[in-house]
Design a binder for this molecule. Structure first.
Ligand SMILES: C[S@@+](CC[C@H](N)C(=O)[O-])C[C@H]1O[C@@H](n2cnc3c(N)ncnc32)[C@H](O)[C@@H]1O
Length: 237
């Protein structure tokens, strides 16, 4: 594969484009299969690797800076990986840990940040609905490539298996240290502007709110995912 193939790879269903050092590093660390990686400054990249990821071998090809910038205006390194085959949603739902469900997230940076914290906090997987491909390069950049660390699914229809569906909603009952939840629920978060749909709120067994100072309407989506996962994790002790 050549650097000039990256543009086509963005539109190829079985491939994903990784932009930036951390995305490439995490993809490799969590078993991603790289088909090609390019940089214009091998010395700087090697220095980053030595300092931040000595465990990872970065097989990069050196190209002219102008050629790299034409493909990734901001990136120091770009790579193409095979999009991992995802397990069936029911397999993910049968795993341990909470599943994060993002209903129609619009902002790819938020989506990626939610995947990142889900991976860090030991979630079983992330499921999304709606128009965005959760494996879009901007989402991968937002997750720093941690899509490769856990299953990330785009659902056509809402599936929760045997798990309790819990809605995170600023209008819900306050989430406290005493809140009891099963160790493996589906935690649903709504779209950035409008929150959860009536359909999803109706399907949930309960609605929980992260307490906020009076006058604050809501948290950013990815921040809400992070605060929820870590509150529940800390409450488990
Ligand atoms: C930016 S908020 C959406 C704001 C929307 N106007 C609303 O009222 O839900 C995106 C999502 O983050 C979650 N969220 C934000 N703040 C929250 C809070 N204080 N408690 C629980 N969930 C929250 C909810 O799932 C919400 O749908």
């Amino acid at each position: 594969m050549q650097l000039t193939d990256v543009t086509r790879a963005r539109r190829t269903p079985g491939l994903v484009v990784l932009e930036g050092f951390h995305a490439v590093k995490h993809a490799l660390r969590f078993g991603g299969e790289l088909l090609g990686a390019w940089t214009a400054d091998a010395v700087a990249l090697e220095d980053l690797r030595d300092r931040l990821a000595p465990d990872v071998a970065l097989p990069v090809e050196v190209v002219a800076l102008d050629d790299l910038k034409r493909v990734v205006p901001r990136g120091q390194v770009v790579a193409v990986a095979r999009r991992p085959t995802q397990p069936d949603p029911l397999t993910v739902l049968a795993g341990s840990g909470h599943v994060v469900l993002l209903e129609d997230p619009r902002h790819l940076g938020n989506l990626g940040a939610a995947v990142r914290v889900a991976a860090a906090a030991g979630a079983a997987g992330v499921m999304t609905t709606g128009r965005q491909d959760p494996w879009h390069p901007d989402a991968l950049r937002g997750s720093a490539g941690l899509h490769f660390a856990l299953p990330v699914h785009h659902l056509r229809t809402l599936t929760t298996g045997r798990r309790e569906l819990v809605a995170l909603d600023p209008e819900g009952e306050p989430l406290t240290a005493a809140t009891e939840l099963p160790a493996a629920a589906v935690l649903a978060f709504g779209t950035e502007r409008d929150g959860l749909s009536d359909e999803l709120l109706g399907a949930a067994s309960r609605r929980l709110a992260l307490p906020m100072t009076p006058g604050v309407s809501s948290l950013n989506l990815a921040t809400a995912v992070a605060a929820t996962l870590y509150s529940l994790e800390l409450a488990r002790g």
